[in-house]
Design a protein around this ligand. Sequence first.
Ligand SMILES: [Zn+2]
Ligand SMILES: [Zn+2]
Length: 302
Amino acid sequence: MRITVIGSGTLAPSPDRASPCHLVEHDDLALLLDAGPGAVHGLARRGKPWWALTHVVFSHYHTDHFADLPHLLFALRHAPPTPRHLPLRILGPPGLRDRVEALRAAHGEFIVRPGFPVALHEVGPDPVPVGGRAVLRFVPTPHTGHSLAVRLDARCPATGGVLSAGYTGDTGPDPALGEFFAGVDLLISECAWPDPPPAGGHLTPRTVAELAIRVRPRNLALTHLYPPLDPASAPALVRAAGYDGRVLCPRDGESFVVRPLVRAAPPPASANRAPRDSSRRIPPASPAPRHPPTGEPSSCSS
Ligand SMILES: [Zn+2]
Ligand SMILES: [Zn+2]
């Protein structure tokens, strides 16, 4: 599973960090987690096949997470390298159908009939299978009346092990998120406000640390930082708040490769070489167990 940060920023215009968007590539999936302004151009800038997306998943409908949907559909209709027939499945909290209908009224019929099937799915508490080997789960977050956090668990085609990733979307502190994300290989967590927070509805280094202590992800990636929080110093603030796991603040274009644990054998020498692309190939946050039980969730050994 490869997860690429397309947009690590906020609603604030930035030359370096676009609005929230993350690309998950795994098996037959090419799935976006949020599609904020600049998402489609960002995919192209990173050399990603934006025309081959299979799913778009929205955490909520604030503009910085949602606004590139009409542009994506317009581009898929008019600019794919070959005519697209692949269905696109769009998932989001309740209200998705009303918003897509409003976009159709504003922009035209291509929103719902771009030349290939578009399926809308308003998600609830039930797991949603996606692709052949993956499941999405959702839990409400204290941010808006409809905002959701997202968890993806996927079978590794090669080993059958489970690879997992979590995305907080936008959220205030909520102990339920700790259980929801427990043990994920990669947790992408918003960290919008400094401590003490100027308002509710977002996390801070201290509350991200509290969440991560419950989750114990292999890797914790901070995103969605508003000034005066600085991406260069935010990981240290999370550690200073008591979290001793691996934490970083990726730039736009950086990738995480989530792969199964290598069991009872040393990693191949190539795993220790410097990557040729911008992927994070980070050792596990703690030494891999010598004899992990069969079927245990695999680690982010990137
Ligand atoms: Zn929001
Ligand atoms: Zn936001």
